[in-house]
Design a protein around this ligand. Structure first.
Ligand code: BGC
Length: 724
């Protein structure tokens, strides 16, 4: 199945490193000899030189010290591809020689439920960053998907902290094993774009520890990430980038983070507070956007210099920041020979394709309409503007100038050649406030009637419309979507097409769920593709025709309606422009739907296959506070396929209210027809504990726990009960 040599070596590498995790401190500091080189460099530097290193000097760089051989630090977005080149003044170079590999975005990557894919994605990014001379890749983004409306959900991974923790570690190691630094963002609570630059997030300590921090912690402690980007918003009143509790106490204190904390672009608003609050590097946009940006006016430039000179800030505070930056530079091979990397290669696009193949999710397959059979399907009507639209340059800072992009239409044409007649109708118009267009719908209906199968490609779309904040129905940075409804009159279009041809399959693009309730029962086939990268159309066509058996699973609950979503029902969204209270607390996503018995459209972890799997009853052996779970899974169908075996834990009785079940382990297993494999899950005490905010600690209450194992959070196949 794995075709390229690179992919094989990437995957082999992840297996090797997976068993040899170094302790966090060992990963983040450098060796003693390098630490002493760093100290001697700091001793040689003037205060002005040190200050030069802690603030941006162009859109993506900070200053080095040429006389000491310290280079500029070169950062670049973003999570799913190396961003096109900018001039130092924030304007795209447009030289056209910076096209790179456009990988599936965060939500699609996580939908593979395969940490090896995280590593593969990171490796491609690291390699292309090296080739393009970038020292830091500004990704991964791992904010919790608290609301379906967040315009940046596409860049993020999941509503579930455990799944994020597993996917993010592979990604970071993939990037950093290439000698490039990853930048973990956005720490913390940047879960909406509306009022992102200052909204104050209020949540309980329990929600912080159980839901919002674990992904970041895993990235630091297990992934050894070199840099962390503080978010725009505030948390408990203080800006996150220099929030004493989040940065000094938790990140640098509890987790022992030795790398550098950079601000999001323009996220610093003061000098003294920010210097003392733990921010190490001020990056920015605002001043840089002026015709003649004056970086000496940054908070961490002249104002910082003045404060050290007049004794308000000890020089040792600046030294610590410089030390952290130098540490990252050594780890990123900025003082020795860097790996040369490679750029937009066939091997890299193979990785993009492989991730898309594993990340596309089959949500519904009534009467086994899929896979399509080339022997019987002779005509296909592809309908919908997303069917032949490029997405790589959309979405904001994560834009990628891709070498090429295979749209669904191109993917189908490539796979089918002349053997199947394929037509295309736009069906709807992507434009602000665009409504159903009777003429386009009529054309689509005519095409659908003539075809054996209609494939409507719709859902969300990347784009910008700066003219309004309130009705920007796009997946993009800086905006949230106004509601969860299908934009541009797609509901009417889909209903009409299904009526014209019952053999209709709907393909949904986008950063998460969308309200499909008016036609979900009538559509025979539904797929969720996220934004599947430059080879997305190839992967989609392969799945539609059964060349590849789908194995992606939802990383987020798909509610029927927005009002069902806990942030909207129990919590606040988007707050009152000053504060937002996360009153839904730990009941985010399926934790809420399952506990409060609300039926979602599709459950967290859901995703169908063209084959079937049988689970044996798990055997569980317990010892103090831990459990070893063993079971076998068999492919009982007639074609090979992969199953994501998901393990949830239910605490039968606890002093604090707990979700009815929580994901605590999973494994993606590849099985040939008829094959079965033994699977082992080792659960430590973290799988059974909750955070008690009264005691300020994790608590494992002795008692009975159910170990629930299945194919999704709602499709549980087998279980066992243990007493701890
Ligand atoms: C985004 C970051 C991004 C930075 C640099 C900010 O607006 O929030 O995610 O890395 O810009 O482009």
């Amino acid at each position: 199945m794995i075709k390229s040599k690179l992919l094989r070596s990437i995957l082999c590498c992840v297996i090797c490193i997976g068993t040899n995790l170094l302790p966090a401190s060992a990963q983040q500091t450098t060796d003693p000899a390098t630490e002493s080189k760093i100290e001697s460099l700091i001793k040689k530097m003037t205060l002005e030189e040190k200050i030069g290193m802690i603030h941006g000097n162009s859109s993506f760089t900070s200053t080095g010290v040429a006389r000491l051989g310290i280079p500029e630090l070169m950062t670049s977005d973003g999570p799913h591809g190396v961003r096109p080149e900018h001039g130092r003044d924030w304007v795209l170079d447009n030289k056209g020689d910076d096209s790179s590999t456009y990988l599936p975005v965060g939500i699609t990557l996580a939908s593979t439920w395969n940490p090896e894919m995280g590593y593969a994605s990171g490796s491609v990014l690291g390699s292309e960053a090296n080739y393009r001379g970038k020292d830091v890749i500004l990704g991964p983004g791992i904010n919790i998907m608290r609301t379906p409306l967040n315009g940046r959900n596409f860049e993020y991974m999941s509503e579930d902290p455990y799944l994020i923790s597993k996917m993010v570690v592979g990604y970071i190691k993939g990037v950093q094993d290439q000698g490039v630094s990853a930048s973990l963002k956005h720490y913390m609570g940047n879960n909406q774009e509306i009022n992102r630059s200052g909204i104050n997030v209020e949540m309980s300590e329990r929600a912080l520890r159980e839901i919002y921090l674990p992904g970041f912690k895993a990235a630091v402690v297990e992934g050894g990430v070199n840099t962390v980007m503080g978010s725009y918003n505030r948390f408990r009143g203080e800006y996150c980038t220099y929030n004493d509790y989040l940065i000094n106490k938790i990140l640098k204190g509890e987790w022992g983070f030795q790398g550098l904390v950079m601000s999001d672009w323009g996220a610093i608003h003061s000098t003294k507070e920010a210097l003392l609050g733990g921010a190490d590097l001020e990056m920015g946009t605002d001043l840089a956007m002026l015709p003649n940006p004056d970086y000496s006016k940054f908070f961490f430039a002249e104002p910082a210099l003045k404060m050290v000179r007049n004794g308000e800030i000890p020089e040792s505070v600046i030294d610590d920041k410089v030390r952290r930056i130098l540490r990252v530079m050594y780890k990123t091979h900025m003082f020795d020979k860097r790996p040369s990397g490679s750029y937009a290669t066939k091997e890299h696009s193979d990785v993009a394709r492989k991730i898309a193949e594993e990340g596309i999710i089959l949500l519904k397959n009534k009467g086994n309409i899929l896979p399509l059979d080339k022997m019987t399907v002779k005509t296909i009507a592809v309908i919908g503007a997303n069917g032949n639209r490029d997405n790589a340059m959309g979405g904001g800072s994560s834009q990628v100038r891709t070498k090429y992009e295979i749209t669904p239409l191109k993917g189908l044409q490539n796979l089918c050649g002349n053997s199947i007649g394929i037509t295309f109708e736009q069906g709807y118009t992507i434009a602000r406030n665009a409504q159903a267009d009777p003429k386009l719908i009529q054309q689509a209906v005519e095409a659908a009637k003539k075809a054996d199968v209609a494939i409507v490609v719709g859902g969300w779309t990347h784009g910008y419309d700066y003219s309004t904040w309130s009705d920007n129905a796009y997946d993009t940075e800086g905006f949230d979507k106004p509601n969860m409804n299908m934009p541009f009159g797609q509901d009417e279009l889909i209903r009409a097409v299904i009526k014209a041809n019952p053999n209709t399959i709907v393909v949904l693009y986008g950063g998460g769920p969308i309200d499909i309730d008016t036609w979900v029962n009538e559509a025979k086939g539904i797929l969720q593709v996220g934004y599947p990268g430059m080879e997305g159309g190839t992967a989609l066509a392969e799945i539609l025709f059964g060349v590849v058996n789908p194995s992606g699973k939802l990383t987020v609950t798909f509610p029927k309606h927005l009002d069902d979503s806990p942030a909207h029902k129990l919590g606040e969204y988007p707050g009152d422009s000053i504060n937002v209270h996360y009153n839904e607390d730990i009941f985010v996503g399926y934790r809420y739907f399952d506990t409060y018995k609300l039926q979602p459209q599709f459950a967290f972890g859901h995703g169908l296959s063209y084959t079937t799997f049988k689970y044996s009853k798990p055997v569980v052996v317990t010892s103090t506070g831990s459990a070893l779970v063993k079971l076998s899974v068999q492919n009982t169908g007639t074609r090979q396929g992969a199953e994501v075996v998901q393990l949830y834990v239910r605490d039968l009785k606890s002093s604090l209210k707990r979700p009815i079940k929580e994901l605590k382990a999973f494994k993606k297993v590849f099985l040939n027809a008829g094959e079965s494999k033994e699977i082992e899950f080792s659960l430590d005490k973290s799988a059974f504990s909750y955070y008690d905010d009264k005691q300020n600690q994790w608590v494992l209450e002795p008692g009975k726990f159910d170990i629930l194992i299945g194919s999704s959070s709602s499709d549980l196949k087998t279980k066992n009960r243990v007493k701890l």
